[in-house]
Design a protein around this ligand. Structure first.
Ligand code: HH2
Length: 285
């Protein structure tokens, strides 16, 4: 299984680690925000040295309650960092829901658009459809970051997420984007309670029926705080465990802050023969 992106056709036969670079003063999990480009570029370089297979660069926090950032501010934050990251030899993703920022990043040569809104903003699909090969990550989110954690409810969270992703995948493909350019993300923490997030993890394999690779982001999120009793900057162990659990349940890409620790854990995982193509046997038979 592969993910076609602008410059790279990424082999997802082994699990891949996407390193998070937030060029923001207010991201939920940053103790030392990379809020100016020099610092963010250094972070990109460090994450690649630590073994990141992809970089995901964002200029707007999507933490619960976050307000929108003006388009010019978002552009000014991410574009210099993307330009520098393009020289680091790994696929570069822009984490944005702003069509003009998608377009500007693609014009610079970015490989992937990662959109927490699954290209629902006006003009987003046009930006992607105009580009012949860029990759896209379509994520499920119920509501808006500003209000999404106010008592989210579902009939069956896994079925609802699957139906949404199936529909978005069809819409994007109908605009001429080849299936191999698309990966899907259940959107851990986006309009979901801890019980919803854990249900999505336990039944994550059901989402594989959508036929596209899964990208999943558990890193430092609040459900891990609930499970571990740890504050946001103390969730390394829980985050690595969640990344391994996501891979065990069929995820091909994990989006993480702690690249070195995740890469090490996955090296042991793979040495044990537990690659994504060899999931642990289920049941007792
Ligand atoms: N989570 C965040 C942001 N973007 N994209 C995808 N595809 N999947 C995710 O789970 C996801 C995402 C939130 O995490 P983070 O970037 O660390 O925080 P913030 O949005 O506060 O910058």
């Amino acid at each position: 299984m592969h993910w076609q992106t602008t410059r790279f056709r990424i082999d997802l036969g082994v699990p891949r680690v996407m390193g998070i670079v937030n060029v923001t003063p207010d991201s939920f999990a940053e103790s030392d925000p990379a809020d100016e480009s020099g610092k963010a570029i250094e972070r990109c370089e460090r994450l690649v040295r630590e073994g990141a297979h992809l970089l995901d660069i964002g200029g707007e926090s999507s933490r619960p309650g976050a307000a929108r950032v003006p388009e010019e501010v978002e552009r000014a934050r991410v574009l210099p960092v993307i330009a520098a990251a393009l020289g680091l030899g790994v696929p570069v993703s822009v984490d944005t829901r702003t069509p003009a920022v998608m377009q500007a990043a693609l014009d610079l040569g970015a490989d992937i658009v990662n959109d927490i809104q699954a290209l629902r903003a006006e003009g987003a699909l046009d930006a992607i459809a105009r580009h012949p090969t860029c990759g896209v990550c379509l994520m499920h989110m119920k509501g808006e970051p500003g209000s999404m954690q106010r008592q989210p409810t579902y009939g069956d969270v896994v079925a609802d997420v699957a139906a949404f992703l199936r529909e978005r995948c069809a819409v994007v493909q109908a605009r001429g984007v080849a299936a191999e350019r698309i990966v899907l993300d259940p959107g851990i923490g986006f309009g979901k309670t801890p019980a919803h997030n854990l249900e999505l993890l336990r039944r994550q394999r059901e989402l594989l029926a959508l036929g596209r690779p899964l990208l999943v982001g558990w890193s430092r999120k609040s459900t891990l705080g609930v499970l571990s009793g740890r504050a946001v900057h103390e969730r390394l162990v829980a985050s690595v465990a969640a990344a391994l659990a996501a891979v065990a349940q069929g995820a091909r890409i994990v989006r993480v802050h702690d690249v070195a620790a995740t890469v090490e854990a996955l090296a042991v995982w793979q040495a044990a023969g537990l690659g994504v193509d060899n999931p642990p046997a289920s049941g007792t038979s």
